[in-house]
Design a protein around this ligand. Structure first.
Ligand code: NAD
Length: 459
């Protein structure tokens, strides 16, 4: 198996070194082909997402396929501009000379995806890799096997097989892939596996982007529009049955408005998924029995304010709101990554800020407040990969925003030009003319002819 992977990597490296992947034309052609794949073969991907996660067609189209198609198109239209070397100032001492930054492709990248958005989470990094002029090997998650099989079938039909491959399989295959020498590794998944990936990358000093998870808080202040806050939080939490990395993981709500907020939150669940969410065509399923068992154990903590029904045969857990959860409960320690939402009451924003800062940096932080001063103070006094005011979970669709974590929730950013930058080396280039070569620059300095500091560019 390992020999095989060596062969794949060296084949792609040879193509990369031939220069094939560098041209703007090649990049644009691949991005157009990727877009064609997800639009022309949308049905294949939708079927796979239904099998893996019982994802309804609207969510599959919007959250997976259209997002990827739009990103490929957005990138294709801008990549030539991003590729252009940027001119910078040249200090007087280096005249005549020209200073530029060029964006060099890195080589052959490994992209390891997670199962919750199994198409998007390998194709979106691939868009970044292609825009940077790289070759790439995709390793979709084994936990969503139908999506992995769809990618393995369709990617070679649409994309340049000299430069892009798909490897399916589980931990053994991922481990063997990580033993290869890569020029870049892009990993999406849990923090503990992120550590394994970074350790493997360290052997060859390979640059990494780690898109990890964490407990993203939603803070609801007294000044919030409670109905809108409840509906947006409900949508962010229960989309894909809570298996969304940017979903609000728990709510910190001001005591004075907690009751009213809970009334709106429950109403939103009933409005979105009905009294029997198991029958709702819009509510997803837990990806595997292992994850079902983990989540079911979390239901025993605190008071079930709403929901709590579950059915292992159907991998169904109802949208569940928990209250009165003890601070030591597991549901407040580990990332939930399922359809359970603990709602904790707080006395004020000082307590909310202290709560967030006592924990590892989350991927997202969401403030619901119409008092802008409060929202800005919370953002200024906390850290998170990204943040939103009066919304949650949906900001990754904005191509111009750098997407990614900080600290325990990851490192490196992507989407749009941020992805292009992640997959290129910003190479500073000084290009000198040779007509003048002032002797003043060179030793022996005892000649006393050293140039003044201002000419040397020294302040
Ligand atoms: P997962 O189990 O699918 O694992 C991700 C990848 O890691 C898979 O391709 C798998 O083969 C590989 N892997 C698993 N165990 C491994 C090991 N021991 N050694 C080497 N490789 C291994 O996904 P997951 O980790 O359960 O994903 C869920 C997590 O991902 C959550 O924490 C979620 O927040 C996070 N996530 C983050 C983002 C983001 O963009 N930041 C997006 C989606 C999910």
């Amino acid at each position: 198996m390992t020999t095989n992977f060596e062969e794949i990597v060296s084949r792609h490296r040879a193509i990369f070194q031939s220069g094939k992947t560098r041209s703007a034309e090649w990049r644009e052609k691949q991005l157009a082909a990727l877009r064609a794949m997800v639009t022309e073969r949308a049905d294949v991907f939708c079927d796979a997402l239904w099998k893996d996660l019982r994802r309804n067609k609207v969510d599959a189209t919007v959250a997976d396929l259209k997002t990827v198609a739009d990103e490929a198109d957005y990138t294709r239209r801008r990549v030539r501009h991003w590729m252009k070397p940027k001119s910078e100032r040249t200090p007087l001492v280096l005249w005549p000379g020209r200073t530029t930054v060029s964006f060099e492709p890195l080589g052959v990248g490994l992209i390891i995806g997670a199962w919750n958005y199994p198409i998007q989470l390998v194709l979106s990094p691939l868009i970044a890799a292609l825009s940077g002029g790289n070759a790439a090997v995709l390793k979709p998650s084994e936990v969503s096997p139908a999506s992995a099989a769809a990618l393995a079938e369709l990617v070679p039909q649409y994309l340049d097989p000299d430069a892009v491959s798909v490897v399916t399989g589980g931990v053994a295959e991922t481990t063997a892939l990580l033993e290869q020498k890569w020029d870049h590794i892009f990993f999406t998944g849990g923090t503990s596996i992120g550590r394994i990936v970074m350790t493997a990358a360290a052997k060859n000093l390979t640059p990494v982007v780690l898109e990890l998870g964490g407990k993203s808080p939603a803070i609801v202040h007294d000044s919030a529009d409670l109905k809108v806050a409840a509906r947006r939080i409900a949508h962010g939490r229960w989309l894909n049955a809570g298996q969304t990395c940017t979903a609000p993981d728990y709510v910190l709500v001001s005591k004075s408005v907690a009751h009213e907020f809970l009334v709106h939150l429950k109403a939103a669940v009933l409005d979105f998924y009905g009294a029997d969410p198991q029958k709702s065509p819009d509510f997803g399923r837990i990806v595997s029995p292992r994850h079902f068992d983990r989540l079911k154990n979390l239901l025993g903590e605190g008071t079930i304010h709403h929901g709590g029904q579950h059915d292992r045969d159907d991998l169904f857990i109802a949208p569940t709101i928990l209250t009165d959860v003890p601070p030591t409960a597991a549901v407040l320690q580990e990332e939930i990554f399922g359809p359970i939402l603990p709602v904790l009451e707080i006395d004020g924003i000082d307590q909310a800020i202290a709560h967030v800062n006592a924990r590892p940096h989350p991927l997202g932080l969401y403030v619901f407040a119409n008092d802008q001063a409060v929202a800005q103070r919370i953002l200024a006094e906390t850290a998170s990969g990204d943040a939103a005011i009066n919304d949650c979970a949906v900001h990754p669709i904005i191509r111009e925003l750098p997407f990614g974590g900080v600290g325990n929730s990851g490192m490196g950013k992507y989407h749009g030009e941020w992805g292009f930058r992640a997959y290129t080396n910003a190479r500073g280039v000084l290009s000198r003319g040779t007509r003048f070569d002032a002797a003043l620059r060179y030793p022996p300095y005892s000649r006393g002819t050293r140039l003044p500091n201002w000419i040397m560019g020294i302040r």
